[in-house]
Design a protein around this ligand. Structure first.
Ligand SMILES: Cc1cc2nc3c(=O)[nH]c(=O)nc-3n(C[C@H](O)[C@H](O)[C@H](O)COP(=O)(O)OP(=O)(O)OC[C@H]3O[C@@H](n4cnc5c(N)ncnc54)[C@H](O)[C@@H]3O)c2cc1C
Length: 426
């Protein structure tokens, strides 16, 4: 288990269970916690451990042993585990992120048994949705929509994952892991969201029945609580995007709101996986589209009105109260409003020494504070804002080159900036 920290609605685990039943062997789940690879702080570790604790309890309830290995080398630790168990086959879920792919490639070189990778995250597996890096959501959308009738199907029943009677004992001490895991403890967990699959499954219908009407227009208003807030659950795989899409599709959400929500959940999210899967430079300036790279290079040394250090950004010490409020919302709650994430990242471009530094600062802050950080959506969001990924060229201007510009006046026209600033820094 890697990215998909849940038991049911999990195509990777389902494939494993089906193979095991066919061969008449058992199934065990193993998750590897590597301090060097775990990105984030106590805030994200708390979410991950609580998600895993629920996944472990659920696995045990259907007769599947669940293990967590803490160690410094995923490939060799899992390799040892596989050999120690005399395993017949290894199945993993897919993550398009470099660290995960590297470990899995190394692991594949060291084990002798078949090793399967299942995309249990995307509704249409990333390698089937498109065989190449997609230039824009517009080029990706028709490909996904063509395949949805086949892939947006019902999941197998929960009972079909059962491997035996409930297991007793073998409880993993997640509290001890949380206490002792070597990690930056300066960013604290938050309490507005409960980690884990049960909470995710409860949050989805609550969003649909109580807050989804108006999503299509209100989602761009940072004062309105119009988003689903599902991104941390999706980030940790507590709930399958396919489940969210099925429930939303079959709900009585107003049609325009439903369409807008499914566009974000399916097209925008899956095109982000496409970007990270096919672009090795998904977190670097080299990953910019050609037009954007050329134009940012031409403006590399433009004088900046303000230049802030990473620490000044982190402490929300810019001259702009709106930017500071957005940074504060993220630092306090672990979730910045989606509309402001674009403004926030573009201003980091405007007020940093150069675009390369801007990408590094934006990703550092995003992945340190956001509960949903270290996710393809985050890498793509930063690269969209700063490097034109999935966007088109706009009018040329200083510093930005042809990158789409955003300013505070534009925000003032869209929502009550004073109210937002007062909420977070007032
Ligand atoms: C600079 C920047 C950084 C970002 N960092 C992250 C991040 O670290 N993790 C993360 O999950 N998202 C990130 N996003 C994308 C988006 O802002 C969040 O997914 C969204 O705000 C999450 O809130 P929600 O779950 O209430 O979204 P909703 O509006 O309810 O949308 C439902 C789901 O659709 C997907 N989605 C929505 N908007 C986008 C988008 N623009 N791109 C891709 N998928 C989307 C998400 O999975 C989201 O949970 C970032 C965007 C930008 C511009």
């Amino acid at each position: 288990m890697d990215r998909e920290q849940r038991i049911f609605d999990n195509w990777a685990l389902f494939a494993c269970v089906r193979l095991a039943k066919r061969k008449g062997v058992g199934v065990e789940i193993v998750f590897h916690l590597d301090a060097a690879l775990f990105r984030g702080t106590l805030r994200q570790l708390d979410f991950a451990c609580k998600s895993l604790a629920e996944a472990a309890a659920t696995a045990h309830s259907i007769g599947i042993p669940f293990h967590v290995i803490q160690g410094g080398n995923t490939a060799s630790d899992i390799g040892d585990f596989v050999r120690g168990r005399d395993a017949k086959i290894l199945v993993t879920d897919m993550s398009p992120l470099r660290s995960s792919r590297r470990s899995k490639s190394k692991l594949a070189e060291t084990i002798e048994i078949p090793f399967l990778e299942v995309d249990a995250h995307n509704i249409v597996p990333v390698w089937l949705a498109s065989p190449k890096l997609e230039y824009q959501a517009a080029t990706f959308r028709p490909k996904i929509h063509r395949l949805l009738p086949e892939f947006l199907a019902d999941f197998p029943e929960k009972e079909s994952y059962r491997m035996g009677e409930p297991l007793s004992g073998n409880a993993i001490d997640f509290k001890k892991i949380l206490r002792e895991f070597p990690i930056d403890r300066s960013v604290l967990p938050v309490d507005w969201i409960v980690p884990g699959s049960s909470a995710a499954e409860a949050a989805l219908p609550k969003f649909i029945s109580e807050r989804s009407a108006g999503y299509g227009t209100l989602r761009n208003d940072p004062n309105a609580n119009a988003g689903s807030d599902l991104s941390p659950y999706l980030r940790y795989g507590n709930i399958a995007p396919q489940r969210v899409a099925l429930v939303a599709r079959d709900s009585d959400m107003p049609e325009a709101d439903k369409a807008a929500f499914l566009e974000e959940l399916i097209v925008r999210r899956e095109v982000a996986d496409n970007f990270c899967w096919y672009s090795p430079a998904y977190d670097r300036f080299e990953g910019a589209w050609n037009w954007a790279r050329e134009s940012l290079e031409a403006h590399w040394d433009d004088p900046r009105e303000f230049v802030y250090s990473r620490e000044q950004f982190e402490r929300a010490e810019t001259h702009d109260s709106l930017w500071n409020a957005a940074q504060t919302q993220m630092a306090k709650t672990g979730k910045m409003h989606g509309f402001l994430r674009m403004y926030w990242a573009k201003k980091i471009l405007e007020w940093s020494e150069n675009p390369e530094t801007a990408i590094a600062i934006a990703l550092y802050l995003n992945d340190r504070y956001e509960l949903d950080g270290w996710d393809p959506n985050g890498f793509t969001g930063v690269m969209w804002s700063i490097c034109g990924v999935h966007d088109r060229a706009w009018f040329e201007r200083p510093v930005y080159g042809k990158i789409r510009y955003m300013n505070r006046n534009g925000c003032e026209r869209k929502f009550d900036v004073g109210r937002y600033v007062a909420t977070w820094t007032g």
